[in-house]
Design a protein around this ligand. Structure first.
Ligand code: WT7
Length: 654
């Protein structure tokens, strides 16, 4: 293990890095000042990253006032996002690899897809979509494994002006149907099976189950990934491979407005059903492209690998849109970090000579636990920059990443952002800033972070302060609305602290003025870098016939960051048992998906409630953390003995 106790507090970038970086410390200083003092001028220039069909004249038109929230960037410009990610590179880099596809099984060959080939496939897919009746503005749900067709489908939608909504392949049929219905999709694109870690998920049969709960006009386009058996309904199901073979590879990119929606991505909130986060075209693409280039210090010819799934925003911005807008070579990996063994990530880095590598703390912790021999057998000499995203990274994992993977030579960009933000909002820049293990360090250009006193909303000026994190001004990649519910958008993000975008995160600005994210301050938990609403898991649990009530909180988990801890009160007459424990875990997996699997269930004869009936989660969190000493005030509880019972059970670990 690296010596973390004596590790220096801050790590400066190497001289080599500074010499070649897009942005140095002094450049960061002057550009950042310009970006906040002359936001219009700064973003007018950056808008030039995109090829516009009709150039914009207006840069920014933003209102954060509750009741009038509206966010517009480059609003009178027109463009096509797919043409920016593909067509515009054909003349200069048509034969360069755009996507390297690395399959789940390393014995299968990787695919190198050039920009020319990508163009042909996207055009064909666009024609397939049109032949199935998909038109500009229509919604298309994508429920696919990490295969090139996922990128073709995204770009094909963008090409014809349809709006995609990707549902992660780890979600259940119920979650899928809720999302198909939520955005009233015309078509769902899926595959027969999704191989991952040597096992296969039956995506098509999940889709069949989901479609039972959708309008019968919804069509289904099926990619044959494994050739495994599926059921088939003629007139509803279409074979993607066959249709692509016959489709023309000529397709004219639609002229879209900068503010036309590009995609919807559902994410969990602290209450209710998942929200459909809406991102639009011109601003999102500008921001994804810029952050991809600057934050990872991406240079022409580099090979970039983001290990996320396209089902999450990280995959949208940093596997597909950002890298392809920059004419990069981007890796799409179908597998998992530990299959066939814990050297897979490093094998892939060696094989494809990866220059920038971007992953999540949970993966680093899992691999760290397997020992460094899995890394040391691989040649990682092409790595220049490492990145992390999804949750705060603990110093042990940071040091291991830095020492064992980066050999002390690669800056680590700890990128803090959200589904809502479209791209990175805070991170050190590799050639500019020192890095402190666990700190997101500095705001990106144009981002004005502020730390507020949580209760009063008072602005905490100066350094060495801690509170909630808000952002004082808009940036081009910001979400525009919640699909079909602008009021919920305003309420969620603009009502608690007037005039600011509220992130839902806690934050500390240290004595040097550097930022540290301290975690969610709402009822959202972060499981393996994935956001999970405790309310969603609770409603899944109470949907079970034997469950009367449930309360769900996060608790510290060595690999996942946070685990899902469920307090369950059974119906009168029902008895706790190991069988029921397993049944409830399975139930939640079926209701939401494997990512929501409870880690611990505690049988709770009663839950701590105030006299008005509100569950006191603060107390439940403390008990789950085994922190019984600082439960705080329990005098407002309707029945304080409930707490003593829960603690006794917890101590006996049931
Ligand atoms: C939440 C957003 C953005 C892609 C991945 C997750 C947490 C994210 C960091 C980081 C500390 C982080 C925050 C945030 N988070 N990155 N580098 N350091 N916390 O996207 O599902 O929208 O979740 O993830 O709590 O609010 P998401």
């Amino acid at each position: 293990m690296p010596d973390t106790k004596n590790a220096p507090k801050a790590y400066p970038p190497s001289a080599d890095m500074v010499a070649n970086a897009h942005v140095t410390l002094s450049q960061y200083g002057s550009l950042y000042s310009e970006s906040v003092s002359d936001s219009e001028g700064f973003w007018r220039r950056e808008g030039g990253r995109v090829d516009w069909i009709k150039p914009f004249t207006k840069v920014k038109d933003v209102n954060f006032d509750l009741g009038h929230v509206s966010i517009n960037w480059y609003a009178d410009g027109t463009l096509n996002v797919a043409a920016n990610c593909v067509d515009r590179h054909l003349a200069t880099r048509g034969d360069q690899t755009a996507i390297i596809w690395e399959p789940d099984d390393p014995k299968d060959a990787a695919k190198h897809i050039t920009y020319k080939q990508l163009h042909a496939s996207v055009c064909k897919m666009a024609n397939v979509l049109e032949s199935l009746g998909v038109r500009r503005g229509d919604r298309v749900v994508i429920y696919l494994p990490m295969i090139p067709e996922a990128a073709y489908a995204m770009l094909a939608c963008a090409r014809i002006g349809a709006i995609h909504s990707i549902v992660f392949a780890g979600f259940s049929p119920d979650a899928l149907s809720a999302r198909i219905n939520g955005c009233d999709a015309k078509l769902v694109i899926t595959a027969d099976h999704a191989p991952r870690g040597g096992r296969a998920t039956a995506l098509k049969s999940n889709t069949d189950a989901a479609l039972l709960h959708c309008k019968d006009t919804v069509k289904c386009l099926v990619v044959k990934r494994t050739g495994g058996q599926t059921t088939w309904i003629d007139g509803r199901d279409y074979d993607c491979g066959e249709m692509m073979l016959e489709a023309s590879d000529i397709s004219h990119p639609a002229e879209m407005n900068a503010e036309d929606p590009l995609f919807i991505l559902y994410t969990s909130g602290s209450t209710g059903q998942p929200k459909g986060v809406v991102h639009t075209s011109g601003g999102y693409l500008t921001y994804a492209a810029m952050t991809h280039e600057i934050v990872f210090d991406y240079h022409d010819g580099d090979v970039f690998w983001c290990t996320a799934d396209v089902g999450w925003v990280t995959g949208h911005s940093y596997i597909v849109y950002g890298p392809l807008a920059n004419g990069a070579t981007t890796i799409m990996f179908e597998g998992v970090p530990t299959y066939p063994d814990a050297s897979r990530f490093w094998q892939v880095c060696e094989k494809h000579k990866v220059n920038q590598f971007y992953t999540a703390p949970t993966a680093i912790r899992a691999l760290m636990g397997q020992g460094k021999s899995f890394v040391e057998g691989c040649d990682l000499s092409d790595l220049k920059v490492l990145g992390t995203v999804g949750e705060p990274i603990n110093p042990e994992a940071w040091n291991w990443y830095n020492d064992v993977v980066g050999k002390g030579k690669c800056p680590i960009v700890d990128t803090w952002w959200q589904t809502e933000t479209g791209g990175h909002l805070m991170t050190p820049l590799p050639g500019a800033h020192e890095m402190k293990p666990g700190s997101a360090m500095k705001p990106f250009f144009g981002i004005k972070p502020m730390v507020l006193e949580p209760a009063s909303g008072e602005v905490l000026e100066g350094n060495d302060v801690e509170g909630v994190l808000v952002i004082a001004d808009s940036w081009p990649g910001q979400m525009r609305t919640i699909w079909g519910d602008h009021e919920r958008f305003e309420k969620t993000y603009f009502s608690d602290y007037k005039g600011y975008y509220f992130t839902g995160d806690g934050c500390k600005r240290d004595a040097d003025g550097d930022y540290w994210i301290t975690g969610r301050v709402d009822d959202v938990i972060n499981v393996s870098g994935h956001r999970m609403g405790t309310a969603e898991v609770e409603s899944a649990l109470v949907a079970h016939a034997k469950v009367a009530e449930a309360a769900v909180v996060g608790y510290p988990h060595a690999i996942k960051g946070q685990g899902i801890y469920c307090y369950v009160t059974l119906m009168n007459g029902e008895e706790p048992s190991d069988e029921l424990y397993q049944e409830l875990r399975k139930w939640v997996r079926t209701e939401i998906g494997p990512i929501a699997s409870p880690d611990l269930i505690q049988w709770a004869p009663g839950l701590p409630k105030t006299r008005s009936g509100k569950i006191m989660r603060r107390i439940l969190r403390k008990i789950a953390e085994d922190d019984f000493a600082t439960l705080g005030d329990t005098s407002t509880l309707a029945d304080p003995t409930v707490v003593t019972d829960l603690i006794t059970n917890r101590m006996n670990k049931q």
